[in-house]
Design a protein around this ligand. Sequence first.
Ligand code: NAD
Ligand code: MG
Length: 345
Amino acid sequence: MKAKVYYNTDGDLNALAGKTVAVIGYGSQGHAHALNLKDSGVDVVVGLRKNSSSWQDAEEAGLEVIETAEAAKRGNIIMILIPDQHQARVYTSDIEPHIEKGDALAFAHGFNIHFDGIVPPESVDVFMVAPKGPGHLVRRVFTQESGVPCLFAIYQDASGSAKDTALAYAKAIGGTRAGVLETTFKEETETDLFGEQAVLCGGASELVKAGFETLVEAGYQPEIAYFECLHELKLIVDLMYEGGIEGMYYSVSETAEYGGLSRGDRVIDADTKKRMKDILGEVQNGTFAKEWMKESADGLPNLKKMRDNLDQHQIEKIGKDLRSMMNWIHNDKESEPKKEAQPAE
Ligand code: NAD
Ligand code: MG
């Protein structure tokens, strides 16, 4: 099956006419959505906690900021852009009491709807517009007259026009300039969790660590192992991003191409794929979501332990020293509104 893609002509901003969008949260996604909506002429208000450190940033950017509950009351479209693990609590206390028939509840990730952390009333639309990129990119490319591709999905269509609203929203944040792909809350949530666990965050970092350890245990200098197994990964990933796996192999030496193609599947083999399927199973049957919600509610005891373990790993210590030799790394980093300290639960 090939996904259907929607472009600018498929979205009509008139679907947002006379409506107020309440963007709840002003972090990575929140600042980008709010500013892009405003620049598209949409009436937007940002909802935050009274003591939020982002309050001033949002006001200085020219946005109207009010408390979350008030924003939920004002908004006809309520886009929830706070961290996934806090959404259910904030929804119950500040949003649910103010959501009315005819309103729309919107998300940039399907987690809480798909795993029933949030159960919206049947009288409202529920849709998702999820940019496939971090907020600073969503904002930057928008100001350059372009856009980041988005996924969109309809979970509940009470009004009969949820799709028009979702596509108009995607257009207003720049998504239809690049292309917007239709998905479902289930597909987006499950593939997103699987991707970050098995490939992007979990899989890639364990691959790097295992390669580093293999070289260091064989007596090679850790600095050299760091460059080979971690630092140079960026070059390879950039090549894949630009030209796919073939494009990457086209750009590296023929020695690297032959070595990679003939050896790679001995590292990642059928057993690895079997374990990936197990991980996907835990995502699909809700085991992971349940475990993560409990971990979050308990104050993150295991996450803190795993962070400490990682911090003690030689690759992290050596990396700090080596990166301080590369002053361009931090200079190039895009500025993004800083994350607030998470509230103590
Ligand atoms: P973030 O951590 O960058 O920002 C969260 C913001 O929410 C904070 O800056 C603060 O303004 C606010 N906030 C935090 N706790 C709050 C609370 N208890 N009550 C009210 N406001 C609170 O979050 P993010 O990365 O922008 O993620 C927001 C949503 O977007 C999530 O659903 C996430 O899955 C999704 N998403 C993120 C990305 C990404 O690249 N970061 C990409 C696509 C989708
Ligand atoms: Mg993700």
